[in-house]
Unconditional design. Structure first.
Lengths: 318, 240, 291
């Protein structure tokens, strides 16, 4: 077990360096903004895996929770200090997810997925209608925040989601989640309050998505329902998590980083092709690499290390 | 004292009555067998008791308290555990983790994940004879061991009543024999056993009492001797 | 006067509902039989609409004729996509549940690909055309002729499909596969072929639905597909999975609701659909007519 602890800590230190170093070396705000963007996707992907990874319920709702965070910031941003505003965004998303989850998670997996698919559109339409009919203006302006502040906030959120993800994985709660993923009926009959565990984990996952939305929107100057509740924020994390792999903590990190960099490259060089490339990648990954990049990496590691050592490094899993 | 009392239990699926007014009881410390032709409603009764299904009418009393309609995890925490006809182990988790889950969540008082919890789990594994395989992934176990694993998981957190659903199906004669020994060992620890079984040899030799179901109703009840000589039972089985 | 108002609502709802029904039947075929939750279903609708636009504005071919040209084309595309993408997935998935998840995610990728291709071909700016836009008086309520045509065609297509399902050998094979693919295979049904057929038919119906929709002067854009996928999902759940008649009735009901809500509070129709969806899922997920 000790060996496992060591490698996890090493990974986290490495990640911290990776994240903070470029920001110091290159004083350009482009790098800071780029890394913030990458961290946004990493956090979204990692938090998506917190719930959807072990349980196997494919949620397409991340955009809804991201958007709730965005709007929390927009509405409360002038009134409360930044850290509080961001936290409120996270909490609001948690509550929404917990309520929605309690109501819909007893559905069969596919019905749940269909439901979450529509949830984003529902909220977007609702907010839009509200803005048209009640507040009178669609969209609102928000003050921009220093990119460095956003960057540091994202670093903190990134570390937090990794920590929470890791803790869940080693806890009783994580055990219950995995049991639910294997057989809900057996888990329930073993004493697990399946509905509550699912709703809470869905809520925790949404919490970080809300935090992210509430943080990232400070880089935009204008928000409206379409930009806040954009389906991309649902599709991309799912794509990244599948591509990177969901069994270990680093899977979504790698997947999200690669895709975020790819997106950055493609939107500047080939803006008309990036959806195509992402879509094809998704198809190829699902068809041929069902455990994602992680699966490939783990297979290579196990072949290299062999037997007993394989068990120790499994401690770095979620 | 009767640990389990079922009265007038009914469950309908569309036009079909899976349980049509079942009356039976299980006394504390007994090993009671539940037999009957396929489709008699045996697993339905188990599902109703364990909370997997909600009865349409009738009552189920466990230690005197009505439990019909409660959720499976509540019933488990009250002290009724079960295994399944089609083995439902947590395939990709280790043998230890399978039982640990039952140990942490299955009792009236929830347990924390500590080293002592792990040790207690290992003891359960030893009790059923799986100690050497605690790190093996459940899906890599042979069927007989998967069934033992399910029993171990059910025994975690000390249930008072254990429902075994065809725990000996698909086992070789040797495996059946050691399974029978395990059931007896379980009763000796104070757990009441209620078992559905098709392997007649097992039922006849270890059960104190046998209840026979047919078309969702109890048609006979008694000791192995009595059942074997019961004309209705013979007709029902020969007629199938 | 009230009678006219009611008639207006009922017929208006039917007109909207007819297309919803057609779209839903196609989706239902793909999910109910082939077990593919095709999130990209709406993209085929979009493609059908754009094909109609192109054929009409560039070649002067009327939408009704375009239907005859496009139908086999989209059927073939759907068939091929199933064979090269979903069928291998079916074999490589560890269980039906895994396959459902994987095929949904693969449809995801397909959605991206198709939308991007449409963007490349037709560009982002919104398009539209008008055809048969003259008003027609139906029992006192006035509607645009093209909408009535879409209802008529939807009903014809739906009935034709129903007849196909019930009377032909292939139709029976499809019904068998919907009930129990393994049993059907044992009885000699070539499962991969039948499932590919279903997928192709589903894609074809989606495209035809899109084609009909485009006739009613709606705004065409590469991103228009998703809302229809959602509607298809809701209708299928409303009518009961695998139930053709149910999909039709569900489509009509949803169309009615949408029409009523739109006339009272425009912009809330999607919300209304969704509330119905949520209500259904919680109360009777097997649908109004499901078992």
């Amino acid at each position: 077990m000790k060996k496992g602890h060591r490698s996890s800590i090493l990974i986290i230190v490495a990640l911290l360096l990776l994240v903070l170093l470029p920001a110091y070396i290159s004083s350009s705000s482009y790098t800071i903004i780029l890394i913030s963007n990458i961290l946004m996707y990493v956090v979204m992907a990692e938090s998506w895996v917190i719930f959807s990874g072990p349980t196997g319920y494919i949620s397409l709702a991340p955009a809804a929770f991201f958007g709730v965070g965005v709007y929390s910031s927009a509405i409360l941003g002038e009134v409360l200090p930044l850290p509080v505003v961001i936290l409120v965004g996270g909490i609001a998303s948690f509550i929404l997810a917990y309520l929605v989850g309690s109501a819909t998670l007893r559905l069969k997996g596919m019905y749940f997925t269909m439901f979450t698919f529509g949830l984003v559109e529902l909220i977007r339409n609702l907010v839009h209608w509200w803005e048209v009919n009640v507040t009178g203006t669609v969209g609102r302006l928000i003050a921009s925040e220093d990119p460095l502040v956003v960057f540091y906030a994202m670093v903190v959120i990134f570390l937090a989601v990794l920590a929470v993800s890791w803790l869940i994985g080693r806890s009783k709660f994580g055990l219950a989640l995995r049991g639910i993923g294997e057989s809900e009926e057996a888990a329930a009959h073993s004493g697990v309050n399946v509905d509550r565990v699912k709703a809470v984990s869905f809520g925790v996952s949404a919490f970080f998505m809300g935090l992210t939305g509430a943080t990232m929107c400070w880089r935009w100057s204008y928000i409206d329902p379409t930009t806040a509740f954009n389906m991309q924020y649902s599709f991309m994390p799912v794509l990244m998590a599948i591509f990177g792999g969901m069994g270990h903590l680093y899977g979504p990190v790698i997947g999200a980083t690669i895709f975020a960099l790819l997106e950055e490259l493609l939107t500047t060089k080939f803006p008309y092709y990036y959806m195509l490339i992402f879509g094809l990648t998704m198809i190829v990954v699902i068809r041929f690499m069902s455990s994602g990049l992680e699966g490939v990496i783990e297979k290579w590691r196990k072949v290299g290390k062999g037997g007993a050592e394989g068990v120790a490094h499994d401690a770095g899993k979620r | 004292m009767n640990i389990l009392e079922i009265e007038g239990l009914c469950k309908y699926f569309g036009g079909l009555s899976a349980a049509a007014g079942v009356d039976l009881h299980v006394a504390e410390g007994e090993i009671v067998g539940l037999i009957g032709p396929n489709g008699a409603g045996k697993t339905t009764v188990f599902n109703l008791v364990s909370g997997a299904l909600v009865p349409d009418s009738g009552s189920i009393r466990f230690k005197g308290i009505a439990i019909e309609g409660r959720k499976p995890h509540e019933i488990r925490r009250r002290g009724i555990a079960r295994t399944f006809q089609a083995v439902k182990v947590f395939s990709n988790m280790s043998t230890l983790d399978n039982v640990l889950l039952g140990h942490l969540f299955g009792g009236a008082e929830q347990q924390a994940m500590t080293d002592s919890a792990r040790r207690e789990t290992e003891e359960i594994l030893e009790f059923v004879g799986l100690k050497g395989m605690k790190e093996t992934r459940a899906r890599d176990l042979i069927l007989a061991n998967q069934k033992r694993l399910e029993v171990a998981r059910a025994l975690a957190a000390r249930p008072h009543l254990l429902l075994l659903d065809e725990v000996m199906a698909g086992l070789t004669p040797t495996e059946v024999a050691s399974s029978m020994d395990l059931v007896k060992k379980i009763r000796e620890t104070g757990v009441t056993v209620f078992m559905i079984e098709h392997v007649m040899k097992a039922i006849m030799s270890i059960c104190d009492r046998i209840v026979v179901l047919h078309h969702g109703e109890k048609i006979a009840e008694g000791t192995a001797q009595e059942i074997v000589q019961n004309r209705t039972v013979i007709e029902v089985y020969l007629g199938e | 006067m009230i009678l006219v108002r009611i008639l207006d609502i009922v017929i208006g709802g039917l007109l909207t509902g007819g297309i919803f029904a057609l779209i839903a039947v196609g989706f239902g075929l793909q999910y109910g039989v082939a077990r593919v939750l095709n999130i990209a279903h709406g993209e085929f609708i979009m493609l059908g609409a754009f094909c109609a636009w192109t054929l009409f504005t560039k070649a002067g071919i009327t939408p009704l004729v375009s239907m005859i040209i496009c139908a086999p084309f989209f059927f073939a595309i759907g068939y091929v996509i199933y064979r090269i993408l979903y069928n291998p997935l079916r074999s490589s998935s560890a269980s039906p549940a895994v396959f459902e998840g994987n095929s949904m995610l693969a449809s995801f990728g397909l959605l991206f690909v198709i939308q991007n291709v449409a963007l490349l071909i037709w560009g982002a700016p919104v398009k539209g055309y008008t055809y048969l836009a003259f008003p027609v008086n139906v029992l006192g309520a006035v509607f645009s002729a093209n909408r009535i045509v879409t209802l008529v065609v939807s009903v014809i297509l739906g009935s034709a499909f129903y007849a196909f399902l019930m009377s032909t050998r292939t139709g029976k094979a499809i019904r068998a596969a919907a009930q129990d693919p393994d049993a059907a295979e044992l009885m000699g049904v070539r499962i991969s072929r039948v499932l590919a057929l279903c997928f192709g038919l589903g894609a074809m119906m989606a495209a035809l639905g899109g084609l009909l929709l485009s006739m009613t002067s709606i705004m065409l854009a590469p991103v228009m597909g998703m809302q229809y996928t959602l509607i298809a999902i809701i209708v299928v759940v409303l009518g009961g999975l695998g139930n053709i008649k149910g999909s039709f009735i569900g489509g009509v009901i949803l169309g009615l609701v949408g029409y009523i809500v739109s006339s009272v509070q425009p912009g809330l129709s999607m919300v209304a659909y969704y509330v119905i969806f949520l209500f259904l899922l919680l109360v009777k997920p097997s649908g109004l007519l499901g078992k």
